[in-house]
Design a protein around this ligand. Structure first.
Ligand code: CDP
Length: 225
């Protein structure tokens, strides 16, 4: 395994993926988005017509899925049977079902193998974002960040990012959706969302995007010299 792993964990909509990509570009590392992988598994299960409760069948599907993490200019992206699914995995039906799929232990084992293999492939290093990167997937990572922000700030950013209306009603509804996913991700038995004991906590509620990227890059420059 490459020693240069920067782990970024945090709840839904905390800006992990966009932050991780920007930090990776500044450091010359590759971005590895573990959430995109769980989303790709979920997309495949939906496309196969598997109902949410079909845990054993979803796990079996994931084990045999022709899925790869392919390194491109924007970091690693998921491909299923040679097709780039990075756009499709953002679909609302995928978002609604991903927490149920990611709670399956067999699915997590496959994801972890793929993530570790991908990281080992990159000569300089990787910025990996997710929920359990610092706690389970790369517990030896020399730098771990736990990004958080108030649920309302996260909801507002997510709506802005997706170009959707962000009036009070939409923000309240998105806040509820994010909070439900946080509860599912933090409450599951296996690899729940939580900060590693040695993670640096960064609350971004009042930070600009550039501010949070600068803060992490500065920490990283001291660690990965
Ligand atoms: O981007 P967003 O915050 O919406 O979520 P994501 O990073 O794309 O992750 C989607 C879902 O995958 C999460 O809600 C978790 O259920 C799951 N996930 C996980 O269980 N473990 C990870 N390391 C990353 C994501």
């Amino acid at each position: 395994m490459t020693a240069n792993v920067l782990a970024i964990d945090g709840p839904a909509g905390s800006g992990k993926s966009t932050t991780a990509l920007a930090v990776a570009e500044r450091l010359g590392f590759a971005h590895l988005d573990s959430g995109a992988l769980y989303r790709a598994f979920t997309l495949a299960a939906i496309d196969a017509g598997l109902p949410l409760g079909a845990g054993a069948r979803i796990a079996a599907l994931v084990r045999t899925l022709p899925i790869r993490l392919v390194l491109g200019p924007q970091g690693f992206r998921p491909e299923v049977a040679g097709a780039d699914v990075s756009e499709a995995v953002r679909r609302a039906d995928v978002t609604a079902q991903v927490s149920a799929v990611s709670a399956l232990p067999e699915v997590r084992a496959v994801a972890n193998d793929l993530l570790r293999e991908a990281a080992a492939l990159h000569p300089r290093g990787v910025v990996v974002d997710g929920r359990d990167i610092g706690t389970v997937v790369f517990p030896e990572a020399p730098l771990k960040i736990y990004l958080s922000a108030s649920a309302e700030a996260r909801a507002r950013r997510r709506l802005e990012q997706e170009g959707r209306a962000h009036d009070a009603g939409s923000v309240a509804e998105e806040t509820r959706r994010l909070a439900a996913r946080d509860r599912a991700d933090a409450g599951r038995a296996i690899a729940p969302l939580r900060a590693a004991a040695d993670a640096v906590a960064l609350d971004t509620t009042d930070l600009s995007f550039e501010g949070q990227v600068d803060a992490i890059v500065e920490l990283a420059r001291n660690v990965f010299s």
